[in-house]
Design a protein around this ligand. Structure first.
Ligand code: FAD
Length: 275
């Protein structure tokens, strides 16, 4: 199918982009287009205007900052995955990104676009939520920082206002002695996961984030739970849902299996990287 007709703008600055967005409530930001363009082609989205941010300079930076790494809105998944800085500062990011789609899609799709698209089946929203990261957005009233805990409000729905642009995402660094791991089950490598889990262990603290289980990325605290009970303890805090890809019962079984495995892997990672 062809998309419904739309106007197209390609601003050269964030200020110009914000001004255009403010004047057209039914506009959509276009970043890598790897989620938006299929939605347009299937006519599941029909915005009046696309505001293409690809000509705005400086948005593709990946920078190490105090306490973490900042990823610009035009940094492609492939660049983030290949970045030694990201791998050193927060290894969970490349662990999860390796499961995002296929190489061609990662060459164009942006990590920030994936965060804003807010698909509960996507890897990066769960990683940002588990790590307690944030997104910086620019709008008519200036810049604000949205913590991951306030970013996801529903299926495919973030808390950005229609006239705001996400300019970067901040992923906190891994603390010394902490461990991380990522596991998912997909029908084929590169497909969206039937269920995925990311773990962060730090001393006695154990947290696991899940994708493809609920409508939004969900993080559960499993600190103090015996290893044998991890899966059931996680399930007690989750409500796996049915869809065309898997039944709720199958998803529950994947939560049971993946939770123990991902926590074990995170502990092993911490042991292997202990100084
Ligand atoms: P776009 O498609 O350009 O935009 C997506 C949405 O986010 C739009 O609503 C847009 O308006 C908004 N947006 C984007 N950037 C901004 C911004 N800076 N400010 C405000 N709003 C913004 N993803 C996964 O996580 N896991 C997968 O396994 C996976 N598999 C895929 C398989 C296929 C075949 C395809 C086509 C895609 C797949 N994806 C997967 C999606 C891919 O990761 C996308 O790149 C990503 O979801 C969106 O990034 P984008 O830059 O392409 O955003």
């Amino acid at each position: 199918m062809k998309p419904a007709p739309f106007d197209y703008r390609r601003p050269g600055s964030i200020a110009e982009a914000v001004q255009i967005l403010a004047g057209e409530p039914n506009a959509k930001v276009l970043a890598g287009g790897q989620s938006l363009v299929p939605l347009l082609s299937m006519r599941l989205a029909a915005p009046a205007m696309l505001v293409d941010i690809n000509a705005i300079p400086g948005l593709d930076a990946i920078e190490v900052e105090d306490g973490g790494v900042r990823i610009g809105a035009l940094a492609r998944h492939a660049a983030v995955l290949a970045s030694p800085d990201v791998r050193r500062v927060q290894p969970l990011v490349p662990m999860a990104l390796a499961h995002v789609a296929h190489a061609t899609i990662r060459n164009r799709g942006t990590t920030v676009g994936s965060l804003i698209h807010a698909d509960a089946a996507a890897e990066m929203p769960v990683v940002l939520s588990l790590l307690g990261g944030s997104v910086d957005v620019d709008g008519p009233s200036g810049r604000r920082t949205i913590p991951a805990s306030e970013l996801y409000v529903g299926p495919l729905e973030s808390s950005l206002h229609h006239d705001e642009i996400a300019v970067s995402a901040f992923f906190p660094a891994l603390a010394p002695g902490a461990g991380v791991a990522f596991q998912e089950l997909a029908r084929r490598h590169g497909d969206y996961a039937l269920v995925g889990a990311a773990a962060l262990v730090e001393g006695e603290s154990v947290e696991v984030g899940y994708l493809s289980v609920s409508d939004v990325p969900t993080v559960v605290d499993l600190s103090g739970v015996d290893d044998a009970d991890l899966g059931e303890a996680a399930l007690a805090q989750l409500e796996p849902a049915d869809d065309i890809h898997a039944t709720a019962a199958y998803r529950a079984q994947l939560v049971r299996v993946l939770t123990g495995k991902v926590v074990r892997s995170a502990r092993e990672w911490a042991d292997q990287h202990a100084e």
